[in-house]
Structure formats: structure tokens, C-alpha cells
Design a protein around this ligand. Structure first.
Ligand SMILES: Nc1nc2c(ncn2[C@@H]2O[C@H](COP(=O)(O)OP(=O)(O)O)[C@@H](O)[C@H]2O)c(=O)[nH]1
Ligand SMILES: [Mg+2]
Length: 278
């Protein structure tokens, strides 16, 4: 915690969080919660209610052109709600990130609208970002090796995740125990450095952004997270999971080629012109 004391911006957050308030005095460090939501009308209210609101300056729900009542339900929750034509998980979270940056966010926490990730992870995440040591903080279900199985992750998914993350770690050379889950804290610095353009509008975005952070040698860290695998949270089926896995290997290949100096659209570290100013 020494950094949080030496950096006045983070010291402000530290005291604000320990006071249970998000009204930071002095130089503001804004934390925005982003809830991507697609066809989860039956889950989003509960997901939102479980979020510890005192940790956020604002929370936004971003509807990905749902065909059910997600938008209607979201609009009853008393937070800012945005919607856009259906684009896929990546397109949806990128839209949310852009909106959060426009709101002045320094840090953006991704909270899935299906309530799959335990919101009890949020205080730990905030405590860790307030050290000022991370540009990108990811959850990991694998910090304790058997916990995913105790939490009822399927064996196939468990083994695939372990194997893929092993290879990801070797290639990207960042110390994560998992690369394929959806609890994340993005910093403004991360987005300003790596940009969002030319990335996937599908789930692959979630891996591309980690690889981009690794390429830019940003500070990436992780916290343990717990996840719920109830039926209602199932998202990508086996076929889509296999396609996703193959595409992540494509990203790794492109990463290695870019390291060798080959031109690459997604591995560029120039400041992104599209990022809204604070
Ligand atoms: N599956 C899916 N989820 C989306 C889409 N757009 C937004 N989301 C939201 O993105 C979050 C993660 O999606 P999900 O399919 O549950 O992914 P996973 O559980 O991390 O594999 C959820 O909150 C969804 O509501 C989309 O086009 N497809
Ligand atoms: Mg899910």
C-alpha cells in the first residue's frame, strides 16, 4: 500500500473507499462500473442490486440491442442506460468503455449483466487498483487450482482453460493464471495506450485487449474471482468456444510476428486518437 500513500490521487481514493463514499475531494479519480447486457432481462436486476454501489462514481448499463426486455428492466434501475444496435460482446464492451471515458473514468470495472461474477470481487479489485500499480487488472478463477471445479466449472472448460492459459503465459509473458474470464478493470491509460480500433466485436476482444496490453508492456495484474456456472449463465456453446480458442492462437501468432517487426493492425502502441478526452 506504500504507493497509495505516496500518490495523492490514490490516497484520495483509499480514504474515500475506506469512508464508504465515492465523493473524492482534491484531484478526482473516477471509477465507473460498466454493465454490458444482452438478452438478460431476467438476470440484470439481481446482477445490478448485488453491486456494492459505494465503490463507484457512476454505473452505466449498456444494452447490446437486446431482443428481450433487458433495456426496459435496465431503465427502471435508476442508472444511466445506453443502447446500440446489436454488435456482440466485444462491440458492446467497447461501446461501454467509450461512454465511461466520456464520463471521465480513470478506471472502468466490467460487471457482467448476467451476474455471473461474484460482485464480492469488487472491493478487492478497487483495493488493488488504488495501489496505482496496475494499468489492467483481471480476475482469475485459477489462483486456487481446484476452486473452479468446486464452483462446478465443467471439466472440458477447466482443462481447456488451463492449457490455453499456460500457452498464453508463455507467449505473452505476463504473470496471469487465467486469460479467459470476464471480470476486468480497465484503466484510462490502458485504452489511451493501446486503442480499441481494429479489435473484434465478438468475445475475441477480451483476449486481444490482454495481448495488446502485453505488447505495450503495460502493468497487468490479477485478483482471485469466483464465478457462478448455473444454467442461466451459459453463453457460448461448444462450437463457438472452439472457434474462440483457435482465434486466440491466431492472436498469439500475430503477437509473435509483430514482436519480430511485421506490421500488425492490432499490435500498435501509438496513442489512440479516438479516445475521448476527460
Ligand atoms: N453472449 C453475448 N453476450 C453479450 C453480447 N453482448 C453483450 N453481452 C453481455 O456480455 C456479458 C458476457 O457475455 P457472456 O456470453 O455471458 O460471456 P461469458 O459468460 O464471459 O462467456 C454478459 O453480461 C452479456 O449480457 C452478445 O452479443 N453475446
Ligand atoms: Mg456469462
Amino acid at each position: 500500500m506504500s504507493d497509495s500513500n505516496s500518490n495523492p490521487r490514490f490516497a484520495t481514493v483509499a480514504s474515500a473507499v475506506s469512508n464508504g463514499t465515492n465523493s473524492f475531494s482534491g484531484e478526482k479519480l473516477k471509477v465507473v462500473g460498466m454493465i454490458p447486457a444482452y438478452n438478460c432481462a431476467h438476470l440484470i436486476k439481481k446482477a445490478y442490486e448485488q453491486v456494492p454501489k459505494e465503490y463507484f462514481d457512476s454505473i452505466i448499463i449498456v444494452d447490446d440491442g437486446s431482443t428481450d426486455d433487458t433495456l426496459k428492466v435496465a431503465q427502471t434501475l435508476g442508472v444511466k442506460v445506453f443502447t446500440h444496435p446489436h454488435s456482440g460482446y466485444g462491440g458492446n464492451i467497447k461501446y461501454a468503455i467509450r461512454k465511461a471515458l466520456l464520463l471521465g473514468a480513470d478506471y472502468m470495472i466490467e460487471i457482467h449483466g448476467d451476474g455471473q461474477y461474484d460482485p464480492g470481487n469488487i472491493p478487492d479489485a478497487i483495493a488493488k487498483i488504488q495501489t496505482g500499480q496496475y494499468d489492467f487488472l483481471l480476475g482469475s478463477r485459477f489462483t486456487s487450482l481446484l476452486q473452479p471445479l468446486r464452483d462446478k466449472m465443467s471439466l472440458v472448460r477447466y482443462l481447456a482453460n488451463l492449457g490455453m492459459s499456460f500457452i498464453d503465459r508463455l507467449v505473452l509473458r505476463i504473470p496471469l493464471t487465467e486469460f479467459h474470464q470476464g471480470f476486468r478493470v480497465y484503466s484510462r491509460r490502458l485504452i489511451e495506450t493501446v486503442g480499441l480500433e481494429d479489435t473484434s466485436d465478438d468475445h475475441l476482444f477480451s483476449f486481444q485487449i490482454i495481448a495488446k496490453a502485453a505488447f505495450a508492456k503495460l502493468r497487468v495484474g490479477e485478483i482471485p474471482v469466483r464465478c457462478n456456472y448455473g444454467d442461466e449463465h451459459t453463453s457460448i456453446n461448444l462450437r463457438r468456444s472452439v472457434v474462440y480458442a483457435v482465434l486466440t492462437f491466431g492472436v498469439l501468432a500475430e503477437f509473435l510476428l509483430a514482436k519480430l517487426g511485421f506490421p500488425s493492425k492490432i499490435f500498435r502502441t501509438a496513442k489512440a486518437p479516438e479516445v475521448p478526452a476527460r
